[in-house]
Design a protein around this ligand. Sequence first.
Ligand SMILES: NC(=O)c1ccc[n+]([C@@H]2O[C@H](COP(=O)([O-])OP(=O)(O)OC[C@H]3O[C@@H](n4cnc5c(N)ncnc54)[C@H](OP(=O)(O)O)[C@@H]3O)[C@@H](O)[C@H]2O)c1
Length: 262
Amino acid sequence: MSQFRSVLITGASAGIGRALAIRCAGPDVALAIVGRNEAALAETAEICRSKGARVLEGVFDVRDQSATRRFVDLADAGAPLDLVIANAGVSAGLEPGFPRERPEDARRMLDINVAAALSTVEPALDAMMTRRAGRVALVGSIAALLPLPYSPTYAASKAAIHMLAGAMRVNYAPKGVGISLIVPGFVTTAMSQRVSGWKPFEIDATRAADIIVRGLEAGRSEIVFPRALWLGAVIAAHLPRFIRDFAFRRFSVEVAGDGSAK
Ligand SMILES: NC(=O)c1ccc[n+]([C@@H]2O[C@H](COP(=O)([O-])OP(=O)(O)OC[C@H]3O[C@@H](n4cnc5c(N)ncnc54)[C@H](OP(=O)(O)O)[C@@H]3O)[C@@H](O)[C@H]2O)c1
């Protein structure tokens, strides 16, 4: 459970989103959760209900802007939202044997990771501004700090989220709405399991959700974890380009497809 009483989370049918929903669930808590996999979302809902929460399930694709707005409005009408987490995301990159990203994967990442995150938070921000209360969280990634050759569009999509969150934070603070940027390193989920190679400081989704919720409760504008990986990425980002490129060329990382042509 957390201090938040009405929480909307996208991408709650699996991974970090599911762990966040469970972490926030409790008596007198209204949860609104979104995913496309109906059975998996129902599973999350059942766990949250067993902890005493009221749960509204939204089975739709967050790329559907009208469906997203309708669901956010419905959740807010049921219980004024005090926290919205735009968590739904997808990743892809250089698959084994492929010299470049598939163009359809690149468009899908931009649509889901960036455009759909905006579609999720915009209606919530409208409602929160009228009440001069509430917090919106956008999920970025430590991958946003470096131009990752094995996952160019994923890194770019998360860099866009970092920029959006930083700019929005300044705009919305005087309007009484808090903006938080969540910056995870490797968290054990289906997404990270598709990345080959070394995953330093990897943590499980339950631990990640706990760090995130505690950061949100404290009103932190950036929730970065693990700090050691973040520091490594910041240092790497400031190395002379030829050294960084040399290092990137020596690491061979591949990202297995998520089996989605959607
Ligand atoms: N895992 C990591 O190491 C890591 C690190 C940094 C940042 N992140 C970020 O954390 C977030 C969660 O990632 P995760 O690792 O938990 O991934 P995951 O286990 O693959 O879960 C992704 C979630 O997003 C939902 N989703 C994806 N596309 C959607 C769509 N079009 N419409 C509705 N829901 C959609 C999925 O639901 P359905 O399948 O039901 O649609 C699922 O619930 C993402 O934004 C990711 O980029 C993850």
